[in-house]
Ligand binder design. Structure first.
Ligand code: AMP
Length: 437
């Protein structure tokens, strides 16, 4: 058998491919990216691109040594120079904050809104919606602690979802308070679970030492049963005055902007640098445990990476998860329009002329041409297969007279167009197609 793609990866395929599913359809993928770009750029976010691989140290500090991502899921890259190891980035935030610090982006007007999209890598157990190479759209704001920035970040996610045409999405909102609040909560959890160590999973026993909040996030059914049984109090009960006020402001804006949300105490971010607001967007079609995206405030991250204190907040959508949600809801996607014109020549000596006219026509839109001479019947069939709006087959007579006999495929109507008027013809066609779309 020919070589196969690695487990947990996907090919994104052209429309019409025989093995196409929504989450592998390249045009659907591009549609999600374009929608996100539109929404984010309207908010003033600027595009940033950072490397696909980073120093392992950045990922360890940025994502946290106690997380599954760092402990079990890193793709480490070695090369013959025997460097200590790079890591294929598992998420976008650490690289963006590194780039901000390294390139002096603090000088730009603040708060600075950035966005990116691209592949992320985690060596996870593969299942539906859980891949080893997946893609995210990422939004990050650096330089402000204002609660309005948090609310706007959530609004932007909501807007992406709305523009995509999804309806079954819920926002789950939480706050993990300030570091002192979290310390108090962790002390409470340590006491509570400390008397039931024997019932915790191995992973959670380890978490009890390092980071008890992460027990609440456990995937183990036994841990979850214990959490229910003990009636664990939520983090929200432990918020200090300032974090509580901040959280109140965020909720006030979301309510004023008609964004429905549920307070969800299970939203925990165990890492030290996370502060205050944390949220996830869920969709019933993707599954309860699988978020479409999530975000949070990370005011301590820049310092954790060795820089000065720079407050930040950000979110990421999983593009494949959005595609699964679109599929589950049966949302129709805009199709890539076919060419305005398909040009062929009846004989070999006019193939060059067809090509030249097509190249010129491309200043007006998509125009394709045949590389070999064709009989008119074949040329029109080919134009149909490509969903062209119009087609013409140049013969010696047309070439001599400097005209094209162009057939509009939708109506079957044919018209003689002087070569000097080809661009005007294409402009008209393009406008009509735009009006019908
Ligand atoms: P995270 O960086 O873990 O907060 O993830 C943000 C979003 O990325 C999630 O809500 C998912 O939509 C998506 N995501 C995370 N991990 C995966 C994965 N292994 N496969 C597909 N999508 C993922």
């Amino acid at each position: 058998m020919a070589v196969q793609r690695p487990k947990g990866t996907q090919d994104h395929l052209p429309d019409g491919s025989p093995k196409l599913s929504r989450d592998s359809q390249a045009s659907a993928f591009a549609h999600v990216q374009d929608t996100a770009r539109r929404v984010l750029e309207r908010s003033g976010a600027q595009f940033i691109a950072t490397p696909l691989f980073e120093e392992a140290e950045l990922v360890k500090r940025g994502v946290g040594g106690s997380t599954d991502i760092v402990r079990k899921e890193m793709f480490t890259v070695y090369y013959f120079g025997d460097h200590g190891g790079y890591v294929l980035r598992p998420e976008g935030t650490a690289g963006i904050v590194r780039a901000y610090l390294q390139n002096g982006l603090k000088q730009l007007p603040s708060p600075l809104k950035l966005w990116t999209h691209g592949p992320m890598f985690r060596a996870e157990n593969v299942q539906k919606g859980r891949l080893r190479q997946f893609h995210q759209v990422d939004y990050e704001v650096l330089g402000s602690t204002d609660a309005l920035v948090d609310a706007e970040a959530i609004w932007l996610m909501w807007e992406v979802v709305r523009e995509l045409g999804l309806t079954g999405v819920r926002v789950k909102l939480g706050s993990i308070g300030d570091p002192a609040d979290r310390e108090a909560y962790n002390a409470y959890l340590r006491d509570l679970f400390g008397t039931h160590v024997d019932r915790l999973s191995d992973d959670s026993r380890d978490r009890l030492e390092r980071n008890p909040m992460r027990i609440l996030d456990s995937k183990s059914a036994g841990d979850q049963a214990l959490i229910q049984e003990l009636g664990v109090r939520p983090m929200l009960d432990f918020l200090g005055e300032e974090a509580r006020a901040h959280f109140g402001v965020v909720q006030g804006y979301l309510t004023a902007w008609d964004i429905p949300f549920d307070l969800d105490p299970s939203i925990v971010r165990g890492l030290d640098y996370y502060r205050r607001t944390a949220w996830e967007l869920h969709h019933e079609g993707v599954g309860a445990k699988s978020a479409l995206g999530g975000g949070g405030r990370y005011d301590g991250l820049a310092a954790q990476l060795g820089g000065p204190e720079v407050p930040g907040i950000g979110w990421a959508f999983g593009i494949e998860r959005l595609l699964l949600a679109l599929e589950a809801e049966g949302v129709a996607l805009p199709q890539m329009p076919g060419p305005l014109l398909y040009l062929a020549a009846m004989d070999e000596e006019n193939v060059g002329l067809a090509a030249r006219l097509a190249l010129e026509g491309r200043s007006r839109g998509r125009v394709e041409f045949a590389y070999r001479a064709m009989k008119p019947g074949n040329a029109f069939r080919e134009a149909d297969r490509r969903r062209a709006l119009s087609a013409a087959v140049i013969g010696s007579d047309e070439a001599a007279r400097g005209v094209l006999n162009i057939k509009t495929l939708g109506t079957g109507e044919a018209r003689e167009v002087p070569l000097s008027e080809l661009t005007t013809f294409l402009d008209d066609l393009s406008r009509q197609a735009g009006e019908q779309a």
